[in-house]
Design a protein around this ligand. Structure first.
Ligand code: 6GU
Length: 243
């Protein structure tokens, strides 16, 4: 998979080169490149923003540097249609389902805006040669798209075959089945007088699976009831301690 990120702070993305994703980059599974938007300006001050037409607070990112930056990426591409991801609080809510979809694509471009966003014509123009997906991480506001893009790149990157060493670890985690993950325990068996649930030591794999499924359902009912279908709603004892 090819991933390009355009930003006025390309160094912001550097931590993605660490750990699992960094290994996938050195292994050639992910071809990751960052691009400085200011390299596509032509004035002495390398200007990327201007006040909004119609008035209002803040600044808007000018279309010309964005147009040139995206043309540059297109020119370096193989002619295939990329997916252009635009981080914005006004976008579609990012989800595990979206991560699974994106993980199957060949070429992702992230256009990280700052200030009050990018001139809308850049987005409209890009729709002529890319699949444009504005996305949001949730209902709060970040200063720019870099951190949101990093979150999406990590969520997507780990789903690409060969990136996570043991693919089974992708199966039982939170959101893989629409529920939150069950609680996990490891050695020692007793810690600060707290015991590991007996059933996990039983060796009865069917019972353990049933216990974990029930813990998932309960945890989801308590913490994220919005994820449940009506058949899985909160039961009276879901809130009770130690039940
Ligand atoms: Cl994707 N961008 C910005 N600027 N703020 C956000 C966001 C994205 N998702 C949540 N807040």
């Amino acid at each position: 998979m090819h991933i390009d990120v355009v930003s006025i702070f390309p160094e912001y993305l550097a931590p993605l080169r660490m750990s699992l994703l960094g290994k996938a980059m050195t292994d050639g599974i992910i071809d990751f490149a960052t691009h400085d938007l200011r390299d596509f300006t032509h004035d002495r001050h390398r200007t990327v923003d201007a006040p909004p037409y119609g008035g209002g607070a803040g600044m808007v990112m000018k279309p010309e540097p964005w147009g040139e930056a995206l043309d540059h990426l297109r020119g370096a591409g193989d002619g295939s249609r990329p997916t252009l991801l635009v981080p914005t609080p006004a976008g579609h809510r990012f989800s595990q389902a979206m991560a699974r979809d994106l993980a199957r694509r060949e070429w992702l471009i992230f256009a990280c805006g700052r200030y009050e966003g990018i001139d809308q014509r850049v987005i409209d123009d890009a729709a002529g040669w890319a699949e444009v997906i504005p996305f949001s991480l949730g209902d709060y506001v970040l200063n720019g798209g870099e951190v949101a893009s990093m979150a999406v790149i990590e969520a997507v990157g780990r789903l690409i075959p060969g990136v996570v060493g043991n693919p089974e670890s992708l199966v039982e985690e939170s959101h893989s089945d629409g529920l939150l993950e069950y609680p996990s325990y490891t050695k020692p068996r007793v810690w600060r007088d707290r015991e590991v649930p007996e059933i996990l030591l039983s060796g009865d794999h069917a019972k353990i699976a049933a216990w974990r499924a029930e813990q998932s359902r309960r945890r989801t009912a308590v913490t994220r009831p919005d994820l449940l279908h009506s058949s899985q709603v909160l039961a009276p004892d879901d809130l009770a301690e130690g039940s």
